[in-house]
Design a protein around this ligand. Structure first.
Ligand code: NAD
Length: 277
């Protein structure tokens, strides 16, 4: 198996382009799923305070036999903790649950522009404190639209290293990706498989048949070819292994374009401009 590529972030650090997402994995199932992923070669885990399984992620990594430095771990600030003092407390609690003295990446989970008087800038400036004191090696945002990012750009000296957004063949986010490329913000694609919705698409099924890979592998490879960072979720060991087995083939530029052309602007999750958490 060819190694997972690293992506260089705008703060000079690197992130593995491929990892494992643990949203909707029950706490009691999380340690086993993460252990399977680590054994299969995953070295990047994406969790969040709101997933309720940071503790089990930390335990699985501690038990894996790997050095802490060999696994890239992301967590995210919960929606009820945006006020600076709450954010400071919540970040400490995330570290404690994980059993770590730092996270590799810490994100504002949602911008929540209709809560907290629309002030996600103070929240962002609080994450900058965690970055400066070294407890968050990199910081970024999630579900930020270009106009939210523009405001951070105007009101803070520190750029987010990443923006983690819903992105898959039915929601290709071309405008947001162009904005992020221009501002050197790496794009992370959440629900890279649209939670399975895109796997029966006839175009994807046809390409999969032609290249001798599964529809899931074709979609994940499409993200890799486009340069986005992904962390598909599964609790099924065979799928966990299938999903990382995408570094021994490439899609042609034409196939990448065919999949990109499936865009329907279709979200499976909430609209960041109206979502209140
Ligand atoms: P996903 O697109 O990774 O889909 C996961 C689902 O797809 C699985 O439950 C399973 O039903 C199916 N699946 C996975 N592998 C398969 C395979 N090989 N063959 C067939 N079906 C397969 O969806 P997700 O979990 O929503 O997103 C991935 C990660 O993104 C999450 O675990 C989380 O870390 C992150 N995320 C972040 C946000 C955010 O707001 N920042 C929101 C949602 C998800």
């Amino acid at each position: 198996m060819t190694a997972v590529p690293d992506i260089m972030l705008n703060d000079g650090r690197t992130i593995p382009q491929f990892g494992f997402g643990v949203f909707q994995i029950r706490p009691e199932d999380t340690a086993a799923a993460v252990a399977t992923a680590v054994q299969a070669g995953y070295r990047h885990i994406d969790t969040a305070e709101m997933y309720g399984n940071e503790k089990q992620v930390g335990e699985a990594i501690a038990r894996s036999g790997l050095d802490r430095a060999d696994v890239f771990v992301t967590s995210k600030l919960g929606n009820d903790s945006h006020r600076p003092d709450d954010a400071r407390r919540a970040f400490g609690e995330s570290l404690k649950a994980l059993g770590f003295d730092y996270v590799d990446l810490f994100l504002i989970h949602w911008p929540l522009p209709t809560r907290y008087g629309g002030d996600y800038v103070s929240t962002w400036k609080t994450l900058v404190e965690f970055y400066r004191d070294g407890r968050a090696r990199s910081i970024g945002v999630s579900n930020f639209q270009p106009h939210h990012l523009r405001r951070l750009h105007e009101e803070s000296q520190t750029r987010p290293a990443v923006n983690q957004v819903e992105l898959h063949p039915y929601l290709t986010q071309s405008g947001l990706r162009a904005f992020c490329a221009e501002h050197e913000i790496a794009v992370e694609a959440w629900s890279p498989l649209a939670q399975g919705l895109v796997l029966d698409d006839p175009e994807i099924v046809s390409i999969a048949g032609r290249v001798g890979k599964t529809p899931a592998q074709v979609v994940l490879r499409w993200h890799i070819e486009r340069g986005d960072i992904i962390f598909p979720k599964s609790v099924t060991p065979a799928r966990i292994k299938e999903n990382i087995d995408i570094f021994d083939f490439e899609l042609s530029g034409e196939d990448v374009e065919r999949i990109s052309a499936l865009d329907r602007g279709e979200r499976t999750g909430p609209d960041p401009d109206t979502f209140r958490g």
